[in-house]
Write a protein that binds this ligand. Structure first.
Ligand SMILES: Cc1cc2nc3c(=O)[nH]c(=O)nc-3n(C[C@H](O)[C@H](O)[C@H](O)COP(=O)(O)OP(=O)(O)OC[C@H]3O[C@@H](n4cnc5c(N)ncnc54)[C@H](O)[C@@H]3O)c2cc1C
Ligand SMILES: *[C@@H]1O[C@H](CO)[C@@H](O)[C@H](O)[C@H]1NC(C)=O
Ligand SMILES: *[C@@H]1O[C@H](CO)[C@@H](O)[C@H](O)[C@H]1NC(C)=O
Ligand SMILES: *[C@@H]1O[C@H](CO)[C@@H](O)[C@H](O)[C@H]1NC(C)=O
Ligand SMILES: *[C@@H]1O[C@H](CO)[C@@H](O)[C@H](O)[C@H]1NC(C)=O
Ligand SMILES: *[C@@H]1O[C@H](CO)[C@@H](O)[C@H](O)[C@H]1NC(C)=O
Length: 600
């Protein structure tokens, strides 16, 4: 049912567009030269385009392959996020290579192809990461500017804390002093209480030593279980298109073009021995006219963890052998392009519950859906105005875990986790369609400190051919060990008295897992991804023997090119990734602005 909701709601809504001037395809563009050209309008690119164009001296073109977020009204309706991917008009429709750690299953890997990028199709869980994450980014890159303390100014520019959609009393659910109130993205606590919430919180009291309450996870220490924030304001999705682009779209120095896919960067000259890449080829689709666009200052790649390395490779920046196999001439040999991908594996765990008030019914039953849609349309409340989780938690393996005899602790530090628990008032399982009856609760697990690393590479010089995407999920002893332990922890969690009379039985294979071996088989058969891949154009220290960008986000070994998106993060953070990427992009935009000099 869920994805069949999309075309239906699509036909029944109209919004007033907030984008005055929006070029509908590259052939409409009047100018072909700008100070900066930003490729990709997702979490990274929207921030860069909006912040650079605050300076009226700077001209900016933002190039987006996808359509407008406003062409698809369900994008705005939070719970309908579940229906926006995979394999829709808003998606790049990627599939991974067969994953050896997952019994060789190939899985869908959605990425938003729309203004706002993946922030227009994601599930809107909003966090910042741990202080350890950013302190580690600073230490591996040798740039103290990436430290947590320094990054808090950017968190404030990003976050605008607003009341939840249902205006409930949020006392005790968070610490106001840690939050931004005047940033670009509206952020709120859950706007629709569920029967799961109070039981989760009661469990943190009952089993406090293993599952302590965390009064607010944005403060740098993510450990424990607490209330979840979402990038939702007034019961409506606050994507980077809504929070950054719409307010900037009227500026005379910012042009935005949609249905415009960048296919190649071209060398425009040399600075010493270093090639300059200041021209980008853009087209609407295979076979359509190609426009060559020039940046006087820089091209900023914000095409995401898959799009950015693919575009670098198509342009001759990558591993020489891989490029030769794809039929692309090497301009800059860099074997790190497309490597070191780290991702959060996701494992759904589902129980039958003794309660009919779950989201399963809303998304399954046309009458209930209609009633909820009418409620949302009226005042943006109810199930559709909410996202999928009101509570989540970040947990560590015990210090004595046997895996630490063979694997050094890969977590970012003592305030960081090995795995996450997400509590959901419905069945969540990307592997199989929802059953037609039943009410469920899910404890979705995510592996937060994986030691597996994946990769992406093009196999052809044709920019419309799909790259090979291999997140390489659950490929190491540490990763399988941690997920097996996490399943046991989830079982201990729901065995608390707080769930008596609520939880009935485990389903989906979980019911037959007793031994570690059985749990391992269950993990390999049911794990998927929570879509947080990063690292494929990773930052490293200036002069390091590996890495794709310097700590100032300039591409190593070339002139005129930066990367500002999730691909630069050298390790996947203790967060759902939009928040940390927003922070990186806010600082990235600052670094670019500081370097700005008018050029002829
Ligand atoms: C289904 C799903 C659920 C998620 N849930 C959450 C969540 O709840 N919370 C959270 O924090 N994170 C979530 N994420 C992850 C988060 O949305 C991403 O990590 C984040 O948006 C990535 O930002 P980015 O700027 O790197 O890339 P994106 O936001 O993906 O933006 C890249 C943009 O570049 C465009 N592009 C790519 N190639 C080209 C090209 N060649 N030419 C022109 N344009 C191009 C794309 O169309 C896209 O608009 C989810 C992701 C998915 C897919
Ligand atoms: C993804 O699949 C949908 C549904 O088939 C289609 O409409 C869309 O054009 C596809 N997107 C791409 C980038 O191929
Ligand atoms: C919410 O809606 C109200 C009334 O429409 C508006 O005044 C307010 O600015 C909105 N807030 C956000 C965060 O969008
Ligand atoms: C991947 O990252 C590690 C550091 O975390 C580095 O040592 C290694 O060289 C990188 N690999 C590539 C191919 O860049
Ligand atoms: C739901 O609402 C739509 C539009 O208002 C209507 O066409 C449809 O028949 C309704 N479906 C049900 C099951 O009530
Ligand atoms: C189901 O919930 C109801 C109402 O809360 C309760 O009275 C009943 O005992 C529960 N049933 C079971 C089997 O736990």
């Amino acid at each position: 049912m869920v994805s069949s909701l999309l075309p239906w709601v699509l036909a029944s809504f109209y919004f007033l567009p907030s984008f005055g001037k929006l070029y509908q395809n590259p052939s409409e563009l009047v100018k072909t030269t700008y100070d900066y050209i930003v490729v990709g309008a997702g979490a990274g690119g929207a921030v860069v385009a909006a912040r650079l164009s605050e300076d009226p001296r700077i001209s900016v073109l933002l190039v987006e392959a996808g359509i407008s977020n406003e062409a698809v009204p369900p994008v705005a309706i939070p719970l309908m996020g579940l229906s926006l991917t995979p394999n829709t008009m808003l998606d790049w429709n990627y599939t991974t290579t067969p994953q050896p750690g997952l019994n060789n299953r190939a899985i869908a890997y959605p990425r938003g192809r729309v203004l706002g990028g993946s922030t227009s199709v994601n599930y809107m869980v909003y966090m910042r990461g741990s202080s350890d994450d950013f302190d580690r980014y600073a230490s591996v890159t040798g740039d103290s500017g990436w430290k947590w303390d320094n990054m808090q100014q950017y968190a404030r520019k990003n976050e605008k804390l607003v009341a939840p959609g249902d205006q409930h009393d949020t006392t005790g659910e968070f610490n106001p002093s840690l939050h931004g109130t005047s940033g670009a993205i509206s952020v709120s606590l859950g706007g629709n209480p569920t029967p799961v919430d109070s039981r989760v919180i009661a469990t943190t009291q009952e089993l406090a030593s293993e599952f302590p309450f965390n009064s607010d996870m944005v403060g740098g220490d993510v450990l424990g279980i607490g209330w979840a924030f979402a990038s939702i304001g007034n019961g409506t999705r606050s994507s980077s298109a809504v929070g950054y682009l719409a307010p900037a779209a009227g500026r005379p120095n910012l042009d935005i073009v949609i249905n415009a896919q960048a296919t190649k960067l071209e060398v425009t000259g040399k600075v010493g021995n270093v090639p300059s890449f200041r021209r980008v080829l853009v087209t609407e689709k295979a076979g359509a006219a190609v426009r060559a666009l020039t940046a006087k200052n820089e091209i900023v790649l914000s095409a995401g963890t898959f799009g950015t390395p693919a575009l670098l490779q198509l342009s001759g920046i990558g591993d020489r052998t891989e490029l030769r196999e794809a039929g692309v001439a090497t301009v800059v040999h860099n074997p790190s392009v497309g490597k070191n991908m780290s991702d959060h594996a996701l494992l759904p765990n589902v129980w039958n519950v003794n309660n009919s008030d779950t989201y399963d019914s809303v998304l399954r039953n046309p009458d209930e859906f209609n009633t909820s849609l009418a409620q949302w349309t009226k005042d943006k409340t109810g199930p559709l105005g909410s996202h999928i989780t009101n509570n989540l938690g970040w947990l560590r393996l015990p210090k004595t875990a046997s895996i630490f005899k063979t694997t050094p602790d890969p977590s970012a530090g003592p305030k960081s986790s090995h795995y996450e628990m997400i509590f959901v008032n419905m069945r969540v399982n990307p592997n199989t369609p929802a059953p037609s009856t039943g009410n469920f609760m899910s404890v979705v697990l995510a592996l937060i400190s994986p030691t597996s690393r994946g990769s992406i590479k093009i196999t052809s010089s044709n920019p419309f051919a799909k790259p090979l995407i291999n997140p390489n999920l659950v490929a190491t002893d540490f990763d399988i060990f941690t997920l097996v332990e996490a399943v046991k922890a989830a079982k201990r969690f729901v065995a608390a008295k707080a769930w008596n009379g609520y939880i009935k039985d485990a389903v989906g294979g979980l019911e037959t897992t007793n031994t570690d071996k059985e749990i391992e088989a269950y993990v390999r058969e049911n794990t998927n991804t929570i879509w947080h891949a990063v690292g494929t154009a990773m930052m490293s220290a200036k002069g390091a023997s590996y890495g794709v960008v310097d700590p100032d986000l300039k591409v190593k070994g070339v002139d005129g090119l930066r990367v500002v998106d999730g691909s630069v993060l050298p390790f996947v953070p203790n967060a759902h990734t939009e928040g940390p990427i927003y922070l990186i992009a806010e600082r990235g935009a600052d670094l670019i602005k500081k370097d700005f000099r008018p050029r002829a």
